[in-house]
Design a protein around this ligand. Structure first.
Ligand code: PRP
Length: 179
């Protein structure tokens, strides 16, 4: 089958929106003035590209950490359980945590991570995602910063993959298949 990509969000728009979010986040954290560290947590692998572009534009110092979460069994089923394949390296207790995702689909991953991270008693927990597919939501999660709401299409690029491919495209594209 032939794979065809059409551009959904060009690189320039992603960078402009990332700039806006980074400015808002910097302002919010700078206003806290409590001296507590800020740690940005990326959920691998999809969030890498967005996380890098976001933190480069933030004007407050941040620490970095990463997690890998995956599903047991059928990853497309909402009843599937999640497990942590790579945990945080450092304590987040009493730190301001910014969790960065590439996309929220059912909301299952974020709901799970939210509870997991909250149980570690951070000073605050802020959720930021580049993409949101609200039509697909099955688990109610409150996201603080959303780059773009998108329709229920198969999106790839800028960190997102199809069978591990296309992650390095500098834009968000819609993948379609033709005979
Ligand atoms: C994607 C994405 C989120 C999750 C969103 O990760 O990065 O973590 O799925 O889906 P949900 O809202 O239905 O839970 P994926 O498991 O594809 O791994 P990847 O980041 O390595 O591509």
């Amino acid at each position: 089958m032939k794979e065809t990509i059409s551009v959904l969000i060009p690189e320039k728009k992603i960078i402009e929106r990332t700039d806006e979010i980074a400015t808002e986040l910097s302002r919010k954290y700078a206003a806290l003035r409590d001296g507590k560290p800020i740690v940005v947590i990326g959920v691998l692998k999809g969030s890498v590209m967005f996380m890098v572009d976001l933190i480069k534009r933030m004007s407050v110092p941040v620490e970095l950490d990463f997690m890998v979460v995956s599903s047991y069994g059928d990853s497309t089923s909402s009843s599937g359980q999640l497990k942590i394949k790579k945990d945080l390296e450092n304590s987040i207790q009493d730190k301001h945590v910014l969790l960065v995702e590439d996309i929220i689909d059912s909301g299952r991953t974020l709901q799970y991570l939210l509870k997991y991270l909250n149980d570690k008693h951070p000073a605050s927990l802020t959720l930021c995602t580049l993409l949101d597919k609200p039509e697909r939501r099955e688990f109610d999660v409150k996201v603080d910063y959303v780059g773009f709401e998108i329709p229920d299409e198969f999106v790839i690029g800028y960190g997102l993959d199809y069978a591990q491919r296309y992650r390095n495209l500098p834009y968000i594209g819609v993948l379609s298949f033709e005979e």
